[in-house]
Design a binder for this molecule. Structure first.
Ligand SMILES: O=P(O)(O)OC[C@H]1O[C@](O)(CO)[C@@H](O)[C@@H]1O
Length: 397
C-alpha cells in the first residue's frame, strides 16, 4: 500500500453515457455478436426467433429475469438480478450487464437445456478458426528460434507472448474490423516485470503454486500455456493452477474444452512447440498443471467480492497472474479511477501477490505515472485506453 491517502472512490462505470465506450459495447458490439452467432449455426426457427428477440431487447428493451427453472437462477439473484431485472441495460453497472448478456445468449441457444444444442459452445467456430489460422503456425514456429537462448531471455519472450496474446480477443475483433491491423505499440505503459521475475525466482519459486487466471482461448491461451510450461520446467513454479471460465463467455474466453483444444494443437505441432505440448499434457496427467472453472470466474462482480473458497485458493498461491482486460476491470474495480491511482491500493483486497498482464481495451486504468498519462493523452486523446495497442505489466507484492 502506498502512504498517500486513497482518493474518493469513483462510481462504477455504467453504459448510459452517449458516445462512451461502454455504451458502444452494449448498443453495437452485443448486437453484432448475436448476428455472428445466428449466422454461424443452422439453428431452427425457435432459436432464431429467440436470438432476434434478444437482439431487440439488449438494444432497446429491459433486462429480463432468468427462467424460473434455470439451474443458476439463485446464483444470479445473489449476484444482483432481482435489483436489475426490469431496468434498462444501460443504467446498471456495465460489468453486470455485459456478463448477464452472455448468460442470456447461452440461455437463448439452449446451451444449458437438455436438447440438441446443450453444451455446444456458440463461439466455437470463431475459436477454432483462430486456432487453425496460419498466424498460429507462425507463432509456434518462432519457438524454434528461441531454443538455445539464455533462460531469462526465453522467459521474457514468453511473458511478452502471453501479454500481447491478449490482443487476440474475438469480441473485440468481431465488432472492430480494424483491430487486427492496428499496430501494437512496443512500449508498455507500465512495466513491473522485474518484480514479477523476482517473485518467480528459482530455487525458492520451485516449491510454490502459480495461479494463472486465463482470459481468451486460442492465440492467447497458447502463449499462456507456453509460459506455464517454461515456468514449471525452470524452477520458477512448482505447480500451476489455470483458472478458466465454467461456460462460454465474452466470445473468446477460455473454457476447459478450449484448454484441451489448445493442448491438442500444441502436441500436434512440429519442432519445439510439440515438445512444450507433450510436457504440458504430462503435467496435466500428473497434476502439476490443473484446471479450475469456478462459477465466480464468470460472475458480474469485482474480485473484491470473491467467495471464501476461491479466496483460499489465491491465498495459498506464491503468485497469481491475472490476464486480460476484463480480469483487470474485475481486479481493480470497474471504475474510472484517476490513471495515477496506485495499482497496489486498488488491489490491496486481493489475497496474495498479484500481477496483471493486459492490453488496454477499456477505459479502466490505474498505476500510471503522471508523465506517462500526459504523454499518452497528448498523443492520442482517449483512444490509448481502448484501442488494444498498448499493454501493461503491473505487480502488487
Ligand atoms: O478479452 P479481454 O482482454 O478480457 O477483453 C474483453 C473486452 O471486452 C470488454 O469487456 C468490452 O466488451 C473490454 O473490456 C475488452 O475490450
Amino acid at each position: 500500500m502506498s502512504d498517500t491517502p486513497m482518493p474518493p472512490v469513483p462510481p462504477v462505470i455504467l453504459g448510459d453515457e452517449p458516445g462512451s465506450f461502454a455504451r458502444g459495447v452494449l448498443a453495437e458490439r452485443h448486437p453484432a455478436i448475436i448476428r455472428r452467432v445466428r449466422d454461424a449455426f443452422p439453428y431452427g426457427p425457435d432459436v432464431r426467433r429467440a436470438l432476434d428477440a434478444l437482439l431487440t431487447s439488449c438494444v432497446e428493451g429491459v433486462i429480463e429475469p432468468l427462467p424460473a427453472d434455470a439451474h443458476d437462477r439463485d446464483r444470479w439473484r445473489a449476484w444482483g438480478l432481482d435489483g436489475y431485472a426490469g431496468r434498462s441495460w444501460y443504467e446498471v453497472p456495465w460489468l453486470w450487464s455485459e456478463s448477464y448478456f452472455y448468460r442470456l445468449l447461452l440461455e437463448t441457444v439452449g446451451y444449458f437445456r437438455p436438447g440438441p444444442w446443450q453444451g455446444l459452445d456458440p463461439f466455437r467456430p470463431f475459436k477454432l478458426a483462430e486456432l487453425d489460422a496460419p498466424e498460429t503456425d507462425e507463432e509456434l514456429a518462432a519457438l524454434d528460434g528461441l531454443e538455445g537462448r539464455p533462460e531469462p531471455e526465453r522467459a521474457q519472450a514468453l511473458l511478452h507472448g502471453s501479454l500481447w496474446g491478449n490482443r487476440a480477443d474475438l469480441g473485440f475483433r468481431l465488432s472492430d474490423a480494424g483491430a487486427r491491423d492496428r499496430a501494437a505499440v512496443p512500449g508498455l505503459v507500465a512495466d513491473d516485470s522485474e518484480t514479477l521475475w523476482a517473485l518467480l525466482a528459482p530455487p525458492q519459486a520451485a516449491d510454490g503454486t502459480l495461479c494463472l487466471v486465463a482470459d481468451n482461448a486460442g492465440r492467447e491461451l497458447i502463449p499462456d500455456l507456453l509460459l506455464a510450461a517454461h515456468l514449471l520446467a525452470h524452477g520458477r513454479a512448482g505447480r500451476v493452477v489455470l483458472h478458466v471460465k465454467p461456460y462460454p463467455y465474452y466470445v473468446s474466453d477460455a473454457t476447459t474444452a478450449d484448454v484441451v483444444d489448445a493442448l491438442r494443437r500444441l502436441t500436434a505441432a512440429p519442432g519445439t512447440a510439440g515438445g512444450y505440448g507433450r510436457r504440458l499434457w504430462a503435467a496435466m496427467a500428473d497434476g502439476t498443471l490443473t484446471v479450475r472453472a469456478h462459477p465466480f470466474a464468470a460472475a458480474p462482480l469485482p474480485y473484491e467480492r470473491m467467495p471464501d473458497d476461491l479466496r483460499a485458493e489465491f491465498v495459498g498461491a506464491a503468485l497469481t497472474i491475472v490476464k486480460g482486460d476484463l480480469n483487470y476491470r474485475r481486479l481493480v474495480g470497474d471504475r474510472l479511477w484517476p490513471p495515477t491511482t496506485p495499482f497496489a491500493d486498488v488491489t490491496a483486497h486481493f489475497p496474495g501477490p498479484v500481477v496483471a498482464l493486459r492490453t488496454l481495451k477499456s477505459d479502466v486504468i490505474t498505476g500510471l505515472s503522471a508523465g506517462t498519462e500526459a504523454a499518452l493523452t497528448a498523443a492520442e486523446g482517449r483512444s490509448w485506453r481502448t484501442g488494444g495497442t498498448h499493454a501493461l505489466i503491473q505487480t502488487r507484492k
